[in-house]
Design a protein around this ligand. Structure first.
Ligand SMILES: [Zn+2]
Length: 100
């Protein structure tokens, strides 16, 4: 499997990816900043832009609202719009063959 991974370039994103000016925040709570961060607010700018109580209700009839709010997190936004290449699809296929 290692040789298959070499064909795919690593993604340039991490859990704390953010672009606060464009309303793409990081809601990850790290040990370093947990004491000063308000739960649910952005780790970098402090914005509190998601109605977490409503999102965490996970009501099917509120799906559109939930998705729009979760896309305010940088990493979720990235993967929401990520386009799989042929190489990605081929790699996934090799995993499926090995694990199914
Ligand atoms: Zn932010």
């Amino acid at each position: 499997m290692k040789s298959e991974k070499k064909n795919i370039e690593p993604l340039k994103i991490s859990c704390d990816t953010h672009d606060c000016e464009n309303n793409l925040h990081c809601f990850r709570i790290s040990k370093k900043i947990a004491k000063k961060q308000v739960e649910g607010s952005c780790s970098y700018c402090g914005a509190n832009v998601v109605d977490w109580i409503r999102v965490r209700d996970r009501r099917l009839e509120d799906l559109e609202f939930t998705i729009e709010n979760l896309k305010k997190e940088g990493i979720r936004h990235y993967f929401w719009h990520f386009k799989l290449t042929t190489k990605h699809k081929e790699f996934i296929s090799t995993l499926l063959v090995k694990f199914v």
